[in-house]
Design a protein around this ligand. Structure first.
Ligand code: NAI
Length: 344
């Protein structure tokens, strides 16, 4: 099923990418999992973004309603909502996904189940691995040039799954596959600002590693604030396990959705701005040779073609180095689990 609002534009993706920095923005964003707790507010924020001219919402339920609802907001972007279509003639198998993904510049994927109290992100693996695999197979077929931004957890494994799927399809471009770790940066910024009495907009913490528990490493030594050892430990652990606070408070009703929608939107807008030629550096979980983990989150310069440059890590403080050493075996294990899922 497919709902389309007023003047849905079908400008071809290559032509859109040819825009210069001074040109008005014109980009198609596809949100997969758009009817969910993250997907709906993320789609709303994308609908409000001046960077987006076409918003395609896809889910296994609810997207015609989400898209119809969003389409009444008077912003310049058109909105569509698709569900998986029954197999049709000619046999495509993925009718709704094809409609959603064709011509997309950025595909954001928050599809999958969220955590309940007591669960780690890795506990989601069995369900979400298959969902991400199927959706990325669709990307390989219908929008191989798009930047794919993965939110579905466990990100440390779902991004390697996506990479293997794209490799199998002969469509892998490491510059165009990213795991979204922006929420870790948002949390680190918020916690530092609160503890130091700063305006959060003046804080930009670098967060490296991965996106699960101790694989999340905020580099507070670079913030220019003075912390006692106890404060530093508390704020580091709170950033690593901030998601658990929300999961516990929601008491079985899911994990972070509103803050994640905000983070996903900031990330997506930045990728779009970079496509138009604006210089953008933001943390992301990407294929990387900074460490001996195949994928690693660190500050990345984005450009017209996605990841332009992975910036050097710089020195870690002795405190951060301890966490780094603890993190690496865990991160590598989670990456291997994702890769093995596709090759099995
Ligand atoms: P939710 O359950 O509210 O929404 C998920 C949506 O995905 C549902 O609407 C569902 O119908 C849809 N879906 C399921 N299978 C699908 C398929 N094959 N194709 C398309 N859509 C499909 O969950 P919520 O809270 O939105 O979380 C989504 C994911 O995001 C979870 O895996 C969660 O762990 C992750 N997450 C990631 C964060 C990050 O920082 N990267 C932060 C918070 C959550």
């Amino acid at each position: 099923m497919f709902v389309k609002n007023l003047a849905a534009r079908s400008i071809n993706a290559a032509a859109r990418r040819a825009y210069s920095a001074s040109a008005p923005s014109s980009a198609k964003v596809a949100v997969l999992g758009a009817a969910g707790g993250i997907g709906q507010p993320l789609s709303l924020l994308c609908k409000l973004s001046p960077e987006v001219s076409e918003l395609s919402c896809y889910d296994i339920v609810g997207t015609p309603g989400v898209a119809a609802d969003l389409s009444h907001i008077p912003t310049k972007s058109s909105t569509t909502g698709s569900l998986p279509s029954p197999v049709s003639w000619p046999l495509r198998g993925n009718g709704g996904l094809e409609e959603t993904l064709s011509g997309a510049d950025v595909v954001v994927i928050p599809a999958g189940v969220p955590r309940k109290p007591g669960m780690t992100r890795d506990d989601l693996f069995n369900t979400n691995a298959s969902i991400v695999k199927t959706l990325v197979e669709g990307c390989a077929e219908f929008c191989p040039e798009a930047v794919i931004a993965i939110i579905s957890n466990p990100v440390n494994s779902t991004v390697p799954i996506a990479a293997e799927v794209l490799k199998k399809a002969g469509k892998y471009n490491p510059k165009k596959l990213v795991g979204v770790t922006t929420l870790d940066v948002c949390r680190a910024n918020t916690f530092v600002a609160n503890s130091q009495g700063l305006d959060p907009k003046d804080v930009d913490v670098t967060v490296i590693g991965g996106h699960a528990g101790i694989t999340i490493l905020p580099l507070f030594s670079r913030v220019g604030a003075k912390f006692s050892d106890e404060e530093l430990e508390a704020i580091t652990v709170r950033t690593q396990f901030g998601g658990d606070e929300v999961v516990a408070a929601k008491a079985g009703a899911g994990s972070a959705t509103l803050s994640m929608a905000y983070a996903g939107y900031i990330f997506t807008e930045n990728v779009l701005k970079a496509m138009r030629g604006e210089g953008v550096v933001q943390c992301a979980f990407v294929e990387s040779d900074l460490t001996d983990a195949e994928f690693f989150a660190s500050p990345v310069r984005f450009g017209p073609n996605g990841v332009e440059e992975i910036l050097p890590l710089g020195d870690l403080s002795p405190y951060e180095q301890q966490w780094f050493d603890k993190m690496m075996p865990e991160l590598k294990k989670q990456i291997a689990k994702g890769k093995d899922f596709v090759s099995a």
